[in-house]
Structure formats: structure tokens, C-alpha cells
Design a protein around this ligand. Structure first.
Ligand code: GAL
Length: 419
């Protein structure tokens, strides 16, 4: 340990995350994929909030309205007090005004900062102002803080400094006495396809540090989103109630957004994120969501999987790993009522029949020969093959190129009564 790190270790924050919020994965909206930096404005955020109410999404649990980068004054902090200031040209009501409006609408208010000198988009970061910013955010009645990883003085991958500085912010938030969801993010600057799983597994990270921690770089199109889901899957045992692996935000397929997926991919992303117990922050221009996207995000059966109170994250159960054959995978998540949500995902260019075979069944806790009811969480009825027998391959036809079928396997009533 160098002298500097020995000093850091002595000063190291010791408290664990203890904020009592974020027991289940947060649902809501984040501005980044929708508006980027240039589209940020109070009017757009209010339009998103109004849409959450009008469409019924708020009633389904989407309550966080989170500002990402570029809410800050481009001219920096107040030169006299050092306080962080909003861009009042774009947010004329200021942050407290916006928070009051959102709270009055039954929504929650999230904000973004960075542990470095600047944020990833070059606005002012929290370095050197940790306690002051935490107190400012609390005075604005902020409910969620995402802290990013750009422009750190020792680079984005210096793990000692990273955990030290994120830990300082966690403790500063705790010390405000306000319950604030804390999300740590890294992924902007570690491309290509860095594996950020140390955020989850290091004893200074995971649930000791935050309510959510990014496990992969930004999910900006299908391949990066799939990469994030694969990393999150391997980390299934570190997540739980109050702490979630974060493969990044939802992209949706609506027009007008800074980033988006095809409709098919956005629906698969939503299903996968529910299996992975991931934060579900929609990154679309909500007022431009078409009926397909609205149906996606309003699917109460998939939301019930996301919000399942057992709090056990799902994982990939089986996959076709050979590069000489078409790729597919089967994913599963145990649920509080003893059932399992199972997703069949086809990454190949042709329609495929995907099976839960002997290896896949072996990953599920049901005894061989058990009869299971199978429900389709997207058609909201019995699956095409409504009964499965544990141990006997169960097959599903799945359309090509990233489409998926999401089912729920549950013991039949007779067996439920027998146990
Ligand atoms: C990236 C981060 C994104 C977004 C962006 C803002 O590093 O991963 O989610 O917050 O910065 O500049």
C-alpha cells in the first residue's frame, strides 16, 4: 500500500448503506436516453411526469423521475458559497420547485452527480464538495442520487479511490437524515465492453455501498444491453432486497428519443430486466410512446416479477454456447409463491424451438416428474403448451433476432395441496 492509500484507508468511510429505501427495484423515468444533454429542460421533464400520470404508469409503480446529466449550471458553482446550481435557463423553477411539483403529483425526484471534478458531459462534479452537495440535494428534497465515475483525478479504474469516494458520498447522504436511494454508476469511460462486476463483488461495493451499482458500460443498443444482462446474470447471488445489479436503463422503442431499440428488443429487454431484478428506469420520450411500448411497460404480470418480494435475482439457466450453432438462452427467476419466471430468448436469425432440457430443469428446485402449469406473461393466458413435466424437455417456439417468450411455471393445484 502506498503512503497515499494507507492514508485513505485510515480515513476510509466505515458506515454501510443504511437508508431504508429501494427495498424493491426502482421503477420510473430517467432523462438520459430520452433527452441526452441538449434536450434537457423543465418542460420535457414535466411532460414526462404528466405522461406517467395520464398513462397509468404511476399507478403501476413508476414513481421516480430522475434527472441525469446536464441539469447543472454550465457556468459551474456559485463562486461565493461553492454551492452547486441548476441551469436556470433550462429549469426556471429550480430544483426545489421541480421537486415540489413532482411530489405534488405523487412522484419522486432523482438527480445526478459525479465523483470527479466534472460529470461525463462536462458539467460540474462533486469532487471536493461531497458533504455540501449531499446537503444541497437533501434541502431540495431529492429522493434518488445517481453518482457517476468520469473525470476522477486518478482515472476511472482506480478501485481504491473509486470505493473511497463513492463511500464518502454514501455517508454524506446518510448523514443528511433524508432517505435517498443511492445508485453508483461507472461505464461511460471503460469501453470497450469492460466488465464492471467488481462494483458488485468487492466488500466495499455492492449492498454495502449502494442500492444499485452498474455492472457494465452503457446499454446504448442491443449488443451492449445483452452484454450488461450477461454480466448481471453471473452476479445473481450478490443482489437482494435493497441492492441491485444495474445493467443500465431501459431504452424503449419510441421515436424522438436520443437512444432506442427496436420494439422487439425493447420488450425482451423489459422481460430480462424483470428476471434480473434490475432497476427499471424508462429512457424514452414518454409522451411519444406508441401503444406497443405502453403495453410493454404496463404489463403487470412482468412488473410483478420485477417487484417480487422474495427479492431473489434471476440468472441465465442454459444457453447454446457453440459458435457453430444458432445462439439462444433460457433465463429464470424464483418467485415468492414458489413459482419460477422463465424466459426463452432467441438471438439467432431464424425462428427456433428452444427447450428447457435436462440441464435446465436441474437448475430449478422442482422434483423430477412434478407437473407444472405454464402461463404466458405476455399473452396473459395459458402457454401454448400449458403443462410441463419436470425433467421432460419443454419446448417453446421463439421468433428470430432477439425475440423472447416469458412464462411462469407453477405447481398444479393438486400438488400445492399435497405439500
Ligand atoms: C455516462 C453514464 C450514463 C449517463 C452519462 C451522462 O457515463 O454511464 O448513464 O449518466 O454518463 O453524461
Amino acid at each position: 500500500m502506498t503512503g497515499v492509500f494507507a492514508m485513505l484507508a485510515l480515513l476510509a468511510p466505515t458506515a454501510a448503506l443504511d437508508n431504508g429505501v429501494g427495498i424493491l427495484p426502482p421503477l420510473g423515468y430517467n432523462t438520459w436516453n430520452a433527452l441526452g444533454c441538449s434536450g434537457m429542460s423543465e418542460a420535457s421533464v414535466r411532460a414526462a411526469a404528466e405522461t406517467l400520470v395520464k398513462t397509468g404508469l404511476r399507478e403501476l409503480g413508476y414513481r421516480y423521475v430522475n434527472l441525469d446529466d446536464c441539469w447543472q449550471d454550465p457556468n459551474g458553482r456559485d463562486p461565493w458559497t461553492g454551492e452547486i446550481r441548476p441551469d436556470l435557463t433550462r429549469f426556471p423553477s429550480g430544483m426545489k420547485g421541480l421537486a415540489d411539483y413532482l411530489h405534488g403529483t405523487g412522484l419522486l425526484f432523482g438527480i445526478y452527480t459525479d465523483r470527479g471534478l466534472l460529470t461525463c458531459a462536462g458539467r460540474v462534479g462533486s469532487l471536493g464538495h461531497v458533504m455540501q452537495d449531499a446537503q444541497t440535494f437533501a434541502s431540495w428534497d431529492v429522493d434518488y442520487v445517481k453518482e457517476d465515475n468520469c473525470y476522477s483525478s486518478t482515472g476511472p479504474n482506480d478501485e481504491d479511490m473509486l470505493f473511497y469516494q463513492f463511500g464518502l458520498f454514501r455517508d454524506a447522504l446518510n448523514s443528511t437524515g433524508r432517505s435517498i436511494f443511492f445508485s453508483v454508476c461507472g461505464g461511460g469511460s471503460q469501453l470497450p465492453l469492460a466488465n464492471l462486476s467488481y462494483y458488485a463483488t468487492d466488500p466495499r461495493g455492492g449492498k454495502n455501498l449502494a442500492n444499485a451499482w452498474r455492472v457494465a458500460p452503457d446499454c446504448v443498443e442491443w449488443l451492449t444491453c445483452r452484454w450488461g444482462s450477461a454480466v448481471a446474470s453471473r452476479l445473481y447471488d450478490v443482489a437482494g432486497l435493497g441492492g441491485f445489479n444495474d445493467p443500465d436503463m431501459l431504452l424503449a422503442s419510441s421515436k424522438g428519443a436520443a437512444r432506442r431499440l427496436t420494439p422487439k428488443h425493447s420488450r425482451t429487454q423489459f422481460s430480462l430486466w424483470a428476471i434480473l431484478m434490475a432497476p427499471m428506469l424508462i429512457g424514452a420520450r414518454l409522451e411519444l410512446l406508441d401503444s406497443f411500448d405502453l403495453e410493454t411497460y404496463s404489463n403487470s404480470e412482468v412488473l410483478a416479477v420485477s417487484q417480487d418480494a422474495l427479492g431473489r435475482q434471476g440468472m441465465m439457466l442454459a444457453q447454446q454456447p457453440s459458435i457453430f450453432e444458432f445462439p439462444f438462452s433460457v433465463w429464470g427467476r424464483p418467485l415468492g409463491d414458489g413459482s419460477w419466471a422463465v424466459l426463452f430468448l432467441n438471438d439467432s436469425p431464424i425462428l427456433m424451438t428452444i427447450s428447457c432440457d435436462a440441464d435446465c430443469w436441474a437448475k430449478l428446485p422442482f422434483a423430477a416428474g412434478t407437473r407444472l402449469h405454464v402461463r404466458d406473461l405476455w399473452t396473459h393466458g395459458e402457454a401454448d403448451r400449458p403443462l410441463a413435466t419436470v425433467g421432460v424437455p419443454y419446448s417453446v417456439d421463439v421468433p428470430s433476432w432477439g425475440a423472447s417468450v416469458m412464462l411462469k411455471f407453477r405447481r398444479t393445484n393438486r400438488q400445492l395441496i399435497a405439500v
